[in-house]
Design a binder for this molecule. Structure first.
Ligand SMILES: [Fe+2]
Ligand SMILES: [Fe+2]
Length: 470
């Protein structure tokens, strides 16, 4: 059931060969995808040999098979987690009924929208990161970037499969549109703002993979609960790949902090100017990047009070991440106490689910902070990194446009404007970070602003030649 047929044009574990029409439609989309990859994927490096993992089955043995491939030859395929026998709807008004193997007519456009919105983020992130290879801090990091990129490409395949298989002509049109919108494009931008922010330095990449891929994890977890079983199975398998993306973010930021602490020790000073002059990224600048990407990612959860998320939950389309951990799965009679600029509001729990998700996301974000702060504490520095308040710099929901500082305190508009660039990166901060970005491609060597990783990929040494450039 779960093994992947690699003799086919499109590797898959969905028995694609049994549905000729679907197979033909996807084989028609495939060259468009490859064209997109060549035009909008990693700039250059298409002929490099990259040490990548590819799924050969969705079980523990096969999902991470390592080998050297050129990226355009990567076997992007369609993999769904195995079907669970007798799976029942786990939440909402139809709880306990069998899950759906087809899309119910009344939810068709909503489900399509959910899938398109998720699908749009996947190629968007590849586009955002396409120039980073030119400034990689090591071959190890370059390989990790490309691993993320090919997997985001595969996540696009995952959503395109659902659109083609279950949404007829509309689905096929949406699949084309997913290749036609581009990150940051003035006429045809990607759907969500965060996915139009340029990522032009590696500190931003680590923040993006730490915060924004983690939003992805929460979205996928909530869609994995869906009563639409093919969507659930697709997202369950995507989550196994997603973990590596957040690993790159967490360890990347940890290595930046480690290197900065070493430089602070050598200097006997935490003076940002001195740390910068020594070629490392001072901790206040790291904090600004955390503030920027965390607040930007918080908007992805949507408005605090949302009738859409209420309907999606009640109808069984989108649950809460790890729905099983909760006691009440219907939520028709519970209330959420929501802090808004006007004070505490009593909101029906069903309408507060975006906020519930945002809160559990922020708890998950704390894990890395604790780790980095332990490093800082051990180094004897009184500095600490923190997450910004979920009210800071929001552009969606109850706190949108409110002058709130990173601690969550309401300040005057003047103060907010005066201090904003002491909270998020200024042009000068970005220029400084950019000035550090130079390509390092000697096996085992690291750029001066980042410490080496603790171990290599798949038990290989750190100085392994993870990308062979030609
Ligand atoms: Fe993804
Ligand atoms: Fe990801």
């Amino acid at each position: 059931m779960s093994s992947v047929n690699y003799s086919e044009k499109i590797p898959n574990n969905v028995n694609l060969v049994s549905d000729r029409t679907l197979q033909r439609a996807l084989e028609h989309w495939q060259p468009h995808f490859i064209e997109w990859w060549k035009a909008m994927g990693p700039s250059d490096f298409q002929s490099a040999d990259v040490y990548l993992r590819t799924a050969t089955s969705v079980d523990a043995q096969g999902w991470a098979t390592y080998g050297t491939v050129k990226m355009p030859d990567y076997r992007w395929g369609i993999f769904l987690a195995d079907q669970q026998a007798e799976r029942k709807i786990g939440f909402g008004d139809q709880m306990g009924q069998p899950v759906w193997q087809q899309v119910p007519g009344e939810y068709r456009s909503t489900l399509r929208r959910l899938i398109v919105t998720q699908g749009d983020t996947e190629p968007a992130s590849v586009e955002q990161q396409r120039l980073l290879g030119h400034t990689c801090p090591s071959l190890y990091d370059l390989r990790n970037l490309f691993q993320i990129n090919v997997e985001e490409g595969r996540h696009l395949w995952a959503m395109v499969y659902l659109l083609h298989a279950y949404f007829g002509r509309d689905g096929r049109e949406e699949a084309e549109e997913l290749l036609a919108r581009h990150s940051g494009d003035a006429d045809k931008p990607r759907i969500l703002t965060t996915f139009n922010e340029p990522i032009s330095d590696w500190l931003s990449l680590y923040c993006f993979t730490y915060f924004t891929d983690r939003d992805g994890k929460y979205q996928l977890k909530s869609l994995a609960e869906s009563a639409f079983d093919p969507l659930s199975r697709t997202c369950r398998f995507m989550l196994t790949e997603e973990a590596h993306h957040m690993f790159v973010g967490e360890t990347g930021l940890g290595r930046v902090v480690k290197r900065t602490l070493e430089v602070m020790k050598e200097l006997g000073s935490d003076d940002p100017a001195k740390v910068r002059a020594a070629g490392a990224i001072d901790l206040p600048t790291v904090q600004k990047y955390l503030n920027f990407w965390c607040s930007s990612s918080l908007d992805l959860f949507g408005s605090e009070i949302s009738s859409n998320s209420a309907a999606n939950f009640a109808n069984g389309l989108k649950g809460r991440p790890d729905e099983g951990q909760y006691e009440d799965h219907v939520l028709r009679s519970s209330i959420f106490k929501m802090a808004t600029p006007a004070g505490i509001e009593q909101v029906p729990m069903l309408n507060a689910l975006n906020e519930v998700m945002r809160e559990s996301y922020l708890k998950d974000c704390e894990i890395g902070l604790k780790r980095w702060n332990r490093q800082i504490e051990r180094a004897g520095s009184p500095l600490r990194l923190t997450l910004p308040s979920s009210r800071f710099r929001r552009t969606i929901g109850a706190w949108a446009g409110q002058p709130v500082d990173p601690e969550g305190r309401m300040v005057s508009k003047e103060e907010y404007e005066k201090k904003l660039y002491s909270w998020i990166p200024s042009e000068a901060d970005r220029a400084f970070v950019h000035s550090l970005m130079h390509k390092v491609v000697e096996p085992g060597k690291m750029a001066a602003w980042i410490a080496p990783p603790e171990r290599g990929i798949n038990n290989l040494p750190v100085n392994y030649e993870y990308v062979k450039l030609h």
